[in-house]
Design a protein around this ligand. Structure first.
Ligand SMILES: [Zn+2]
Length: 89
């Protein structure tokens, strides 16, 4: 295992670390690179902000998942669709 990553490898690990758990070796490699490379440190910070934002967004969407239309609404939509179909033919 090489200890020093190049910027491309470091940015790759920064972009996946919130989705996949990195091995201890990868965490060490990334930590060392981020200590010596300010642009990659900035990129890693931005990735963390973006991932937190996306996680909050996906939690909000999952709260909507159990949402279902009422029987009345479903019936109204079905009737309208049938009317549209009848007008076409
Ligand atoms: Zn770098």
């Amino acid at each position: 295992m090489k200890l020093i990553l190049n910027c491309k490898e470091a940015s790759y690990l920064s972009s996946i670390r919130d989705m996949h758990s990195l091995s201890i070796g990868e965490k060490l490699q990334l930590w060392i690179h981020l200590k010596v490379c300010p642009p990659c440190r900035r990129f890693a910070n931005h990735m963390q902000v973006i991932n937190r934002f996306l996680q909050r967004g996906s939690q909000s969407f999952s709260k909507l998942a159990p949402f279902q239309l009422s029987q009345e609404s479903r019936g109204r939509i079905t009737r309208l669709l049938k009317e549209i179909e009848q007008k076409k033919s």
